[in-house]
Design a protein around this ligand. Structure first.
Ligand SMILES: C[S@@+](CC[C@H](N)C(=O)[O-])C[C@H]1O[C@@H](n2cnc3c(N)ncnc32)[C@H](O)[C@@H]1O
Length: 264
């Protein structure tokens, strides 16, 4: 019996898979409302497609775009705590390797107004304790960044998100502080954004808010794309908007990598 057969089949299957993957990654930009919204503001978007999820990544200013339809809005907006004090970066930047051109987060020098994002069926906004007075009643989701350990520095030990529903406040414990990272899917992650969140935190808040699998999640302040990575890993669709070109590229690369995995 010849050994060429199985070898040939294996190679062909592999080549076909790569070709299918490449075709999907080149999926045409469709003429939908996202595309129109992006064009209208001189922005462009990338449409990435995987087996279980799609991701639409837009470069531009989310606050000047037309409303984009989505089932849930999940975001970590800039809210004014990272501005420079005495020439030093604020506490939010501790631990991240920040490039010179991205050492400040766009929009992080002024108070955040959440009003335009409150009309979505499910809303989760991180950092909401900094603009709580502008939010209606809801519930609090808290991330314990020490993973249950004792405090060891002068930086904040927790971050809070607000969700637009009544209910019990909940806590998630995961160590992610300075150089320290807990075990699990985020272990060893190289942080490229000064306020990058762990994927497991975004996964947790999507699940606890009961954002359905297959739903479309909008993040209008996408940063390095962590919400998008969590969506792709959990079978949700994602629309992300980012103003900063360097962070936009990071998000595109991270999410393309995830969808690449999903296509295999
Ligand atoms: C707090 S960071 C989000 C970090 C993200 N959670 C992550 O894990 O990488 C907020 C991001 O919003 C972006 N941004 C600020 N104003 C914006 C706007 N009007 N439209 C789009 N992006 C904006 C900033 O450039 C920054 O990258």
């Amino acid at each position: 019996m010849s050994t060429a057969g199985p070898f040939f089949n294996y190679r062909k299957a592999r080549r076909d898979r790569v070709l299918r993957k490449m075709a999907a990654m080149r999926a045409p930009m469709t003429s939908d409302c996202n595309q129109d919204a992006a064009r209208a503001h001189g922005s462009s978007l990338q449409r990435l497609v995987g087996r279980h999820s799609t991701a639409t990544l837009i470069i531009g200013d989310s606050e000047t775009m037309e409303r984009i339809e989505a089932d849930a809005l999940v975001s970590d907006p800039p809210y004014g705590i990272g501005h420079r004090h005495s020439g030093k970066l604020g506490a939010a930047y501790a631990g991240a390797k920040v490039k010179a051109h991205t050492d400040r987060v766009i929009g992080d020098d002024k108070p955040f107004d959440p009003a335009m994002w409150l009309g979505y069926p499910i809303v989760i906004l991180w950092g909401a304790d900094h603009y709580a007075q502008r939010l209606p009643h809801g519930r609090w989701l808290t991330w314990d960044k020490l993973g249950g350990k004792e405090s060891w520095d002068s930086f904040g030990d927790v971050e809070h998100a607000w969700q637009n529903r009544q209910g019990a406040a909940r806590i998630f414990r995961y160590l992610w502080k300075g150089m320290c990272q807990g075990a699990g899917e985020d272990k060893g992650t190289k942080r490229t954004h000064p306020t990058q969140k762990p994927v497991c935190v975004m996964r947790w808040c999507l699940d606890i808010a009961k954002v359905p699998i297959g739903a479309t999640v909008l993040d209008p302040y996408m940063g390095s794309g962590t919400t998008g990575v969590a969506c792709v890993r959990t079978g949700r669709n994602f629309i992300g908007i980012e103003r900063d070109a360097a962070h936009y590229k990071t998000a595109c690369d991270r999410i393309a990598h995830e969808l690449d995995g999903a296509l295999l």
